[in-house]
Write a protein that binds this ligand. Structure first.
Ligand code: PAP
Length: 327
């Protein structure tokens, strides 16, 4: 780490404002495995531009009581949870032709606070959002997210996933993004970075634990979900999510198969086959299709060596022990 440089060379981050350059220069810094600069704010590592957006969010965001925020560590099931949230609030009727999920990707419908809204403007016009209630998403840890929320009763839903599957998913995602074969050396450095805790949005354990503790302390406003539970008992988990979001299923909906319809609409096979997700491109120039791959539990067994798995397990054991969380 280098904390001595007064003002750093910001390279690609030309649109960082002067006041932020000064702040960033005062924070711990490091470089990730692709040589991109990171700095640490409130215990979490950010690319400079995202940090500027995080701080703008903390300064300017005015919550509404009805806001819903979908939160996650990347590659933990964000896209799926966004789709389920949209589908719960806009219950699909018989035909889905006019459903919002057919006209935009889950990421378009539930925009990221720090990677999209506040990255484009320090004071984005949130009255232009199409959803009601407003839906947002984030990869920030809970303590950072909560700063401007104060006593707001808005709802925060978090999804976590088996760490080894998260790392493999990230590896595959990165390769697809760069349009090349997934290389072993990249997987090795992703595992290395995870163990060190120095990577964008990391350390992973701090992200997960912030929401785990928040959900125990304030279960009315913070819901903690797991990707594996959604796979194993999707019906019960969607009912749980609906109850938490104060939009429970009526008996009539249950009898008419509304839960199954939502699960079908949001299934990986259905979403990935919608035209909008097959051909669409996101605000940051990524193909929507890149967010859909296998969606399997324990895919890590096909890719990680025993040594890599053991190394990750040791870190997980150390970081999560005593928390009561089995991950
Ligand atoms: P993000 O945090 O960058 O938005 P995120 O959606 O969390 O990404 O992660 C993508 C993973 O979720 C992929 O997992 P895989 O690489 O192990 O396959 C993707 O396949 C999976 N995924 C996306 N949509 C769904 C879905 N509807 N159901 C189940 N899994 C899904």
């Amino acid at each position: 780490m280098n904390q001595t440089e007064p003002l750093r060379n910001f390279g690609d981050d030309d649109d960082i404002r002067t006041e932020f350059r000064r702040l960033i220069a005062s924070l711990p810094s490091d470089i990730n495995m692709q040589g991109k600069k990171l700095c640490n704010y409130q215990g979490c590592w950010y690319y400079y531009k995202n940090l500027q957006a995080v701080i703008d969010y903390q300064k300017h965001f005015k919550p509404l009581d009805t806001d819903i925020i979908v939160s996650s560590y990347p590659k933990s099931g964000t896209t799926w949870l966004k789709a389920l949230t949209v589908a719960l609030l806009h219950r699909p009727k018989d035909g889905i032709q006019s459903h919002p999920l057919t006209s935009d990707s889950p990421h378009g419908l539930v925009p990221f606070l720090e990677a999209k809204l506040y990255a484009r403007s320090s004071t984005p016009d949130l009255t232009k959002l199409s959803s009601s209630p407003r839906l947002f998403s984030t990869h920030m840890p809970l303590h950072t997210l909560r700063e401007p929320l104060k006593d707001s009763p808005c709802k925060i839903v978090y999804i976590c996933r088996n760490v080894k599957d998260v790392l493999v998913s990230e590896w595959q995602f990165r390769s697809r993004m760069e349009n090349k074969e997934a290389e072993r050396s990249t997987l090795e450095s992703i595992v290395e970075s995870f163990c060190k805790g120095v990577h964008a949005c990391g350390p992973l354990w701090d992200n997960v634990l912030s929401y785990w503790k928040g959900s125990l302390e304030d279960p009315k406003h913070v819901l903690f979900m797991r990707y594996e539970d959604l796979k194993e008992e999707p019906y019960a988990q969607v009912m749980r999510l609906a109850d938490f979001l104060d939009c429970p299923f009526t008996q009539e909906e249950i009898h008419s198969g509304s839960v199954e319809k939502i699960l079908g609409l949001c299934s990986l096979s259905n979403l990935s086959n919608l035209d909008i997700n097959k051909t669409g491109i996101s605000w940051n120039n990524l193909d929507h299709s890149i967010f859909f791959r296998k969606g399997e539990v324990d895919d890590w067994k096909n890719h990680l060596t025993i040594e890599m798995a053991n190394k990750i397990d040791m870190v997980i054991h150390e970081k999560f022990q005593g928390s009561g969380l089995k991950i």
